[in-house]
Write a protein that binds this ligand. Structure first.
Ligand code: NAD
Length: 504
C-alpha cells in the first residue's frame, strides 16, 4: 500500500515595508497568522525592533521634505489614482481580509467600500485645506490662516478592520502632506502590505507610507520616538488609554479610539420585525467583531417578548461558514483564544443569573474558530456578560419598564461609542438624540457609522483625545494652524501671460 503524505501548506513570511520596499525582519521574533476558517497557520509575521521602527521613521522623515512640497493639485490627482486602483482591486484585498480575519467576502468588500469613501473625501483636499483671510484687518494689513502638516505621523490599528481603519488614518494624513508609519494588527497584517504596494503603484513616493509589523515593542517604539508628531490609535480601551497617556506625555498629538458596548433601545411602538432584523444584523455581522456592533438590546416594557421571539426565529437562519463560500453570512472569529474567550461568556451566563436562549457553541463548524450566534436574556448590570465588551456573536437582552430606565443604562455605561433607538415616536427619538451620552447615535439605524464627510468617534472610554477620526476632524488632527499677519509696501510684481491659467 502506498501512503500519501500531505505536504504542509506553505507559511508565507510577512515583512515590514520601509522606504518603498519589503524589508525582512531582523529581530528573530515573529507571530503566527491563521486562516480562521480552517484553523491552519498561513503566515508568520515579523515583529519589529526599536531600530527597525526607527528606520521606518527615518524613511518617513526624509520623504516628508519633498512630499509636503507637492501642490494640492498634484496631491488631489494622486488621490484620484489611488481611489481608482483601490476600486479596481477591491476584490483582491477583500480576499486577503477574509483569509486572515475570517469575515465573509461580501462584508470584506463592504469594509473596503467604506474605506474608499474616506479616500474619496480626501480627493477634495484642495477644498478641505482652504483657510480664512481678513483683508484690511488693520490699515494696509491682511491676516490669514493656513494649515500645515505635522511631519511624520503614526497609526496603530486593530484586527477587526485591517484595511478600512488604516484608511481612516493614512488617507487624511497623506492628503494633508504628512508621511506615515503604520503598525497594523499582528493578527491579520497582509492587507497593510497590499496597501503599501498599491500606493507605490499609484505613484506615492518611497518613504511616504511605511509599515512596521509587530507587538508591544513596536508600539512602544512608536510612542517613544521623538520624530513622530502624532499617533492615531484604534483598538481596545485599556490599550487606547495607555497609548493616549504615553503619547501625550511625550508631547505628541494623539487620538485613541477604544472599545464599546453598544446598546440598542427598542420601545413598544417600534416596528418589531424591523428592530429584530436590525438587532440580528448588527449583533452577528462580522461575528460581532465590530466596534459598532450591537451587543446589548434594551427592551422596554411590552417590546421584550415579541422582540425576543422575532430574534430567536431569525437566528437559526444565519448561515455560518467559511467567508469565501458565497452562501455564508457569518464567518469564524479571528483566533482560537478569542473564540474560546467569547464562548466562556455563554458558558458562565446562567451562573450569573442570565438565561441562555440560544447557545452558539452548539452546531458551529468544527474546523476553524467558529461559533454560532448566541442570545442571552435577563442580562443585567453587574454581570460580566453585561459589563465586558465580549466582541463576538453574543447578544444580550436587558428588560426595563420605561424609556427613562433604558436611556439611564446607556448613559451610565462607561463606553459611549454607538447607540441606537427603535421607535416610531419622533418626540422620544429627539429626546434620545438630545440627552444620550454617546458619540454616534442611530434612530432606527443600528450601526450609525458616520459617512466620510462627518467624523467617527465615541465618547467616554471609547475615545481618548479631543478629535474624532476621518472627515473634517481628521483633517484638523493631521494639520496645525498658522496665522500670518502681512503688509506689502509695493505689490508691483506682474508679467504678461496670455495662456489659459493652469494649476502649478
Ligand atoms: P487591541 O487593543 O488588542 O490591539 C490594537 C493594537 O494595539 C494592535 O495593533 C496591537 O498590536 C496593539 N497592542 C495590543 N496589545 C498591546 C499592548 N499591551 N501594548 C501596546 N500595544 C498593544 O485591539 P484588537 O483586539 O486588535 O481590536 C479589537 C478592539 O478594538 C475592540 O475593543 C474594539 O472595540 C476596538 N475597536 C474600536 C474601534 C473604534 O472606532 N472605537 C474600531 C475598531 C475596533
Amino acid at each position: 500500500m502506498t501512503e500519501t503524505i500531505e505536504a504542509p501548506a506553505a507559511v508565507k513570511q510577512i515583512t515590514h515595508w520601509i522606504g518603498g520596499r519589503r524589508v525582512a525582519g531582523e529581530s528573530g521574533r515573529s507571530g503566527p497568522v491563521y486562516n480562521p476558517a480552517t484553523g491552519r497557520q498561513t503566515g508568520e509575521v515579523a515583529f519589529a525592533t526599536v531600530e527597525e521602527v526607527d528606520r521606518a521613521v527615518q524613511a518617513a522623515k526624509e520623504a516628508f521634505v519633498e512630499w509636503r512640497q507637492m501642490s494640492l493639485a498634484k496631491r488631489a490627482e494622486l488621490f484620484f489614482r489611488i481611489r481608482e486602483l483601490v476600486h479596481e482591486r477591491r476584490e483582491e484585498v477583500a480576499r486577503i481580509l477574509t483569509a486572515e480575519h475570517g469575515k465573509v467576502l461580501s462584508d470584506a468588500l463592504g469594509e473596503v467600500t467604506r474605506g474608499l469613501e474616506v479616500i474619496e473625501f480626501c480627493c477634495g483636499i484642495p477644498t478641505l485645506l482652504k483657510s480664512e483671510y481678513s483683508e484690511q484687518a488693520s490699515t494696509g494689513i491682511d491676516v490669514y490662516s493656513i494649515r500645515q502638516p505635522l511631519g511624520v505621523v503614526a497609526g496603530i490599528t486593530p484586527f477587526n478592520f485591517p484595511a478600512m481603519v488604516p484608511m481612516w488614518m493614512w488617507a487624511p494624513a497623506l492628503a494633508t502632506g504628512n508621511t506615515f508609519v503604520l503598525k497594523p494588527s499582528e493578527k491579520d497584517p497582509s492587507a497593510s502590505l497590499w496597501t503599501a504596494e498599491l500606493l507605490k503603484e499609484a505613484g506615492v513616493p518611497d518613504g511616504v507610507f511605511n509599515v512596521v509589523m509587530g507587538d508591544k515593542v513596536a508600539v512602544d517604539a512608536v510612542l517613544e520616538h521623538p520624530d513622530i508628531a502624532a499617533v492615531s490609535f484604534v483598538g481596545s480601551t485599556p490599550i487606547a488609554r495607555y497609548v493616549y497617556e504615553t503619547a501625550t506625555a511625550r508631547g505628541k498629538r494623539c487620538q485613541a479610539l477604544g472599545g464599546a458596548k453598544n446598546h440598542m433601545i427598542v420601545l413598544p411602538d417600534a416596528d418589531i420585525d424591523m428592530a429584530a432584523d436590525a438587532a440580528v444584523s448588527a449583533a452577528y455581522g462580522s461575528a460581532g467583531e465590530r466596534c459598532m456592533a450591537i451587543s446589548q438590546v434594551v427592551a422596554v416594557g411590552s417590546a421584550a417578548d415579541p422582540l425576543i421571539d422575532a430574534i430567536k426565529e431569525r437566528i437559526p437562519k444565519v448561515k455560518v461558514g467559511d467567508g469565501l463560500d458565497p452562501s455564508s453570512e457569518m464567518g469564524p472569529l479571528v483566533t482560537r483564544e478569542h473564540r474560546d474567550r467569547v464562548a466562556s461568556y455563554v458558558e458562565n451566563a446562567s451562573d450569573e443569573g442570565a438565561t441562555v436562549l440560544v447557545d452558539g457553541r452548539e452546531g458551529a463548524p468544527e474546523d476553524g474558530f467558529f461559533l454560532r450566534p448566541s442570545l442571552l436574556d435577563d442580562v443585567k448590570p453587574g454581570m460580566k456578560a453585561y459589563e465586558d465588551e465580549i466582541f463576538g456573536p453574543v447578544l444580550g437582552v436587558t428588560r426595563v419598564d420605561t424609556y427613562d430606565e433604558a436611556v439611564r443604562l446607556v448613559n451610565e455605561n462607561p463606553y459611549g461609542n454607538g447607540t441606537a433607538i427603535f421607535t416610531r415616536d419622533g418626540g422620544v427619538a429627539r429626546e434620545f438624540q438630545f440627552s444620550v451620552q454617546a458619540g454616534m447615535v442611530g434612530i432606527n439605524v443600528p450601526i450609525p457609522v458616520p459617512v466620510a464627510y462627518y467624523s467617527f468617534g465615541g465618547w467616554k472610554a471609547s475615545l481618548f483625545g479631543d478629535r474624532h477620526i476621518y472627515g473634517p476632524e481628521g483633517i484638523d488632527f493631521y494639520t496645525r494652524g498658522k496665522v500670518v499677519t502681512s503688509r506689502w509696501p509695493d505689490p508691483a510684481t506682474s508679467k504678461v501671460d496670455l495662456g489659459f491659467p493652469q494649476t502649478r
